[in-house]
Design a protein around this ligand. Structure first.
Ligand code: BTN
Length: 243
């Protein structure tokens, strides 16, 4: 479904699923040319003006024993990162848990949430991909950012890219659903940013832990090696790389 304007494609699909308005929601996608209240992780705002971004959400089933929203976020990251690499953006890498970066500049953010569909949990995976933003527009964002245009010099229309990304998401979500995240993990680690490097884990700007980024578990938690070689699994938080 394409809309000229929505508050947020995630909010739209979550409401439709919860109200029972979509009889069989799995596989539904909603895209908006403009979002008025686009949301990021931790209630951050995701601004998107028309033509600059691809903003859409995709509904997937979650197997009852795998209600693990963090690993579906990572799986969506694999799909988007593979598409970017196929467009020639070889420098695209996944930053745990939900960003795609190009040499440290964010090009895509992912927000996966759940919605209840008559007793069954569904995942709503929202993707915000900077497509045509220029250097000048990107400079207004509060963190280093990039776009497909900046990386390739090519202007794509959002509708040119959505089908390729949806096909790739369907491919990887199918593997995730049938075999679990363990079957996606190797590809995630191949595409990951910063494996082996020193990182900080912070919450609300406060650094909680420091260590080496050793990979991820079969459920998508970040594996952190602390100073005394102790291994910890991190489920939430912001990661900063100490380059
Ligand atoms: C983040 O970087 O924190 C995640 C950003 C996710 C933004 C996308 S745009 C489409 C979908 N609808 C939303 O309101 N958010 C996601």
């Amino acid at each position: 479904m394409w809309f000229d304007e929505l508050d947020s494609t995630n909010t739209y699909l979550k409401e439709k699923i919860s109200s029972g308005a979509l009889a069989d929601p799995a596989g539904t996608a909603a895209a908006a040319k403009r979002q008025l209240k686009g949301r990021g992780r931790k209630a951050r705002i995701w601004n998107s003006a028309e033509g600059e971004n691809l903003t859409f959400s995709f509904v997937s089933k979650i197997r009852e024993e795998r209600k693990d929203i963090s690993s579906i976020t990572l799986t969506a990251g694999v799909a988007v990162c593979e598409v970017l690499r196929e467009l020639g953006i070889e420098q695209a890498e996944i930053k745990w848990p939900n960003d795609i970066l190009c040499e440290g500049r964010k090009i895509c953010g992912i927000l996966c949430e759940t919605a209840d569909c008559q007793g069954q949990t569904m995942a709503v995976c929202g993707i915000g991909l900077n497509i045509n933003m220029t250097q000048q527009q990107l400079a207004k964002i509060d963190q280093p950012a990039s776009s497909v245009y900046l990386e390739t010099g090519i202007c794509y229309r959002p509708e040119d890219l959505i089908n390729t990304i949806l096909e790739k998401m369907s491919f990887w979500f199918e593997i995730w659903l049938n075999e679990g995240f363990a079957a996606v993990k190797k590809r995630w680690e191949e595409l990951a940013f910063g494996l082996g490097l020193k990182i900080d884990i912070s919450e609300d700007g406060e650094i909680l832990k420091t260590g080496l980024f050793r990979g991820i578990t079969d459920h998508g938690a970040l594996v952190l090696e602390r100073k005394d070689n102790r291994i910890e699994h991190i489920y939430t938080g912001d990661v900063n790389w100490k380059l």
